[in-house]
Ligand binder design. Sequence first.
Ligand code: CMP
Length: 137
Amino acid sequence: MERTLAIIKPDAVEQRLIGRIVARIEEAGFTIRAMRLEHLTKKEAEGFYAVHRERPFFGTLTDFMSSGPCVLMALEAPDAIRKWRALMGATDPAKADAGTLRREFGSSIERNATHGSDALETAAFELGYFFRGMEIR
Ligand code: CMP
């Protein structure tokens, strides 16, 4: 079993897409081990995306991620990291395959509806950033 961090981003929460996205996660066979609605502060978004701090989009990305509530989830499944990234689709919704969440619900590379960890070490950091051990069953 593997765990990954999933985020339903502020654009999708604002469009009332939480239920549809959670349904797709469950239909795909993931077990949701923890879940919380959280309006990140700018500082919290900056800490989460610290690996991107030198990128030109860091300021707008962290403004957007702190612009409204997100849904934070710990997802569990065999091969969860790869499987969640496949369900989300490519970072840029315009390049994502038909049937993926970002293609269906994202509107730009920044407002791309969902986030997922990209590797085992990243998943460990990202899960630990938002959830204490006892919150993940
Ligand atoms: P995410 O999977 O959350 O990881 C980092 C985020 O940065 C990414 O999704 C995009 O929302 C955003 N991002 C990546 N590349 C760009 C870009 N070129 N311009 C704006 N935002 C970007």
